[in-house]
Design a protein around this ligand. Structure first.
Ligand code: ADP
Ligand code: MG
Length: 677
């Protein structure tokens, strides 16, 4: 029995070498081949010959009105000619050196001729012939190909595959959806994708293919979510009054958005299911305190919490903040990083194991062997996209199905969040604490850089603190460091002795970093010259100026993160971008930064400038590679497919119905291969 799962080697002409070549295009099975869709169609609509110019490419449809005449001459040379009635007129058609066409034309036949118009002779110099029985199509498909597999090969193999397998192409989409959206049967769709009868059919097939892709993707995601929900997790049962009492000790009022996400998280904690929630919030939106409330709830219920951050700086900063927040409570905070003595480590791991410590903050040191938790109830992963899937999984496995809260300050446009994090529940803090003034952003050309220094002078005189970010040198950390060091020396000369300048870069020891951070935090250092190590999470509310050199070398997401280091207090903050962009895209980035401080808007713009794959890093995010559908351009369709997939799964007994068996089979087959974190 033939199946679309058959390896391509089942096809005639596909040996081991060709199979290998096809694999470079991601084609392993016959099904892969049949869903290797054209990237482009050429429509061969007829040309009006009465207005055609000499040497113009033309398509002529007509009836053959003479016996085709074939003459051969010289070595492998031939000439085929016939008369063609096109509308009321008759033209001459000539093909050179394509003797095999002789078999395809005869008098009285309707054919389409593609070629070049020879106006003086009123004749078409043919290049291609579309006739009954000829392989060429009225609409030409162009496939994504590469140096291993040629267009012509793909065309031939796809035609062969369709010929032999069309009877086993089962329709996956439920009939109700096909009717509602007027979609094609799958076999017809695949046929029209590859060999469309006309452009309208090609479009219709594409619509079906895109919907099918979205629907299957959503079905898979949501099936995974449903399966996870069924999984028994921990019930974190805390005393609500105690939690309220803790929230009262927070020195500010939570924003509406913070309250909402706290409720969402707490509901998950209490529920018997394993939480898998992503907390998104722009820089400075106050994710830390939300996380702290989740920590308190978990500890009140008698469980431990592990908070993992991507860098030592961030981890120690979280720890410092949380120690303050939890001062005088039951929450005992520990910081576990790679930079500890063995003795310290032993002491700590012992106290983690016995449960004396109940909030363990750290880097990936948290997931190392030898770190065992007494009863891990909640895992928090900060800047989760910086960790690999495995690291996140390892932390999870340190407990018995602990709840998971992932946090990110890299806003993902809502349009993408749906697809990229479809298997997670998403909470969004879309409101900044009251009293924040939007950061004023200015873009200065290189020849205006001095005015940036003047501005900095004035701000420092007024008591401000500033970050200065040095140019980024692509792919070279050591050059970045050199840049920062040079800049540091120049700034020291410029500003001392009145103001103290500090230096922060990735090659410094952890102690050095901690010292300068601490001095900056304490106001002993006024100007912090840094590489992008400060990009994530560093929090000093007194810093109000961010000066970035060669800003066009940074991506939008990074610029937005850097800018987010200021504007964290009540005073007006400023971001100065010094840049002479060399590309339109670079200019667009600068303009976007000046135009908005809203991270979601920045992210949306980033998406438009760079495309989805680049924004998310397709592999890491679980973002699928759609072949036909465009999750940005076809967002509406994606949303509809998502809703329909959800309601199908929610229909009791849907998987027992005969008509849904192809879908059930599809899910069985694909769930195993899919690794969504
Ligand atoms: P991020 O979301 O970037 O992690 P933080 O949690 O570091 O933001 O919060 C940024 C700053 O805002 C911190 O200094 C924090 O104390 C303060 N903050 C958080 N929530 C509020 C609030 N509701 N009202 C006032 N200040 C707040
Ligand atoms: Mg944070």
């Amino acid at each position: 029995m033939k199946s679309l799962q058959d390896p391509v080697s089942q096809l005639k002409g596909v040996g081991p070498k060709m199979a290998e070549n096809l694999a470079t295009l991601g084609i392993k099975t016959v099904g892969d081949l049949l869903t290797h869709y054209p990237s482009r169609y050429d429509d061969f609509a007829p040309t009006d010959l009465s207005v055609a110019k000499d040497k113009q490419k033309v398509t002529v449809k007509g009836t053959v009105v003479s016996d085709p005449l074939m003459s051969r001459y010289g070595y492998r040379r031939s000439r085929l000619s016939f008369r063609l009635m096109v509308g009321p007129g008759v033209v001459n058609v000539v093909y050179f050196n394509q003797p095999y066409l002789k078999k395809q034309v005869e008098r009285s036949q309707d054919v389409t001729v593609l070629g070049t118009w020879d106006a003086p002779r009123q004749q078409v110099l043919g290049t291609k012939l579309i006739a009954k029985g000829s392989k060429a199509q009225a609409i030409g498909a162009t496939y994504p190909a590469n140096k291993h597999v040629r267009q012509a090969t793909l065309r031939k193999l796809i035609a062969q595959a369709f010929e032999q397998y069309q009877n086993v192409i089962a329709t996956l989409l439920p009939i109700s959806l096909r009717q509602r959206y007027q979609l094609m049967e799958r076999r017809e769709m695949i046929k029209q994708m590859h060999f469309p009868s006309d452009t309208t059919m090609a479009e219709a097939a594409k619509r079906t293919a895109a919907f099918e892709e979205f629907f299957l993707f959503e079905l898979r995601l949501q099936a995974i979510r449903r399966a996870n929900r069924k999984d028994e997790g921990l019930k974190i049962l805390y005393n609500n009054d105690d939690l309220r009492a803790f929230i009262k000790t927070i020195p500010f009022e939570l924003t509406g958005a913070q309250k909402r996400v706290v409720n969402e998280i707490c509901r998950d904690l209490r529920s018997p299911y394993q939480m898998n929630r992503l907390l998104q919030g722009d820089v400075g939106s106050g994710k830390t305190i939300v996380a702290a409330i989740a920590v308190m709830a978990t500890v009140l219920a008698g469980y431990q919490v592990a908070l993992m951050a991507p860098t030592e700086i961030l981890a120690s900063q979280h720890a410092e903040k949380l120690i303050k927040v939890f001062n005088g409570t039951h929450v005992k905070v520990a910081l576990l990083t790679g930079a500890m003595t063995t003795k310290q480590r032993h002491q700590l791991t012992r106290e983690i194991k016995t449960g004396q410590l109940n909030l363990i903050v750290g880097t990936h040191a948290l997931i190392q062997n030898g770190v065992d938790y007494a009863n891990l109830g909640l895992v928090i992963i900060d800047e989760q996209h910086r960790f690999g899937v495995n690291q996140r999984q390892q932390l999870r496995e340190k407990g018995e199905r602990p709840d998971v809260l992932a946090m990110t300050a890299t806003p993902i446009p809502r349009t993408l969040a749906i697809t990229a994090y479809g298997e997670m529940d998403v909470s969004v803090i879309d409101e900044l604490p009251a009293g924040r003034q939007p950061i004023k952003t200015t873009w200065l050309k290189g020849n205006q850089a001095n005015s940036a220094l003047d501005f900095l002078d004035r701000q420092l005189r007024a008591g401000a603190q500033a970050y200065v970010v040095s140019p980024l040198i692509e792919e070279s950390e050591s050059l970045d460091v050199k840049n920062a060091t040079d800049l540091y020396t120049r700034f020291k000369e410029h500003f001392s002795p009145e103001y103290k300048v500090g230096l922060l870069h990735g090659r410094m020891s952890n102690d050095e970093k901690a010292t300068v951070m601490h001095d900056f935090q304490a106001g002993k250092v006024q100007v912090m010259v840094a590489t992008t190590v400060i990009e994530v999470g560093v929090d000093n509310p007194n810093a109000t100026v961010m000066l970035i050199y060669d800003a066009d070398r940074f991506g939008l997401a990074q610029l937005h993160q850097l800018r987010g280091r200021v504007g964290r207090g009540k005073s007006q903050s400023y971001c100065l971008l010094v840049a002479d962009p060399k590309t339109d895209e670079g200019t667009a980035r600068m303009e976007t930064m000046v135009a908005t401080t809203d991270g979601f808007e920045v992210a949306q713009k980033d998406l438009e400038l760079r495309g989805a794959g680049d924004v998310l890093g397709a592999r890491q995010s679980g973002m699928p590679d759609f072949k036909v559908g465009d999750p940005v351009g076809d967002l509406k369709m994606l949303q509809i497919a998502r809703a329909d997939a959800g309601s199908l799964l929610a229909t009791p007994g849907w998987d027992d119905k005969d008509e849904n068996q192809p879908l059930v089979l599809y899910l069985k087959r694909h769930q195993l291969e899919t690794h969504f974190d």
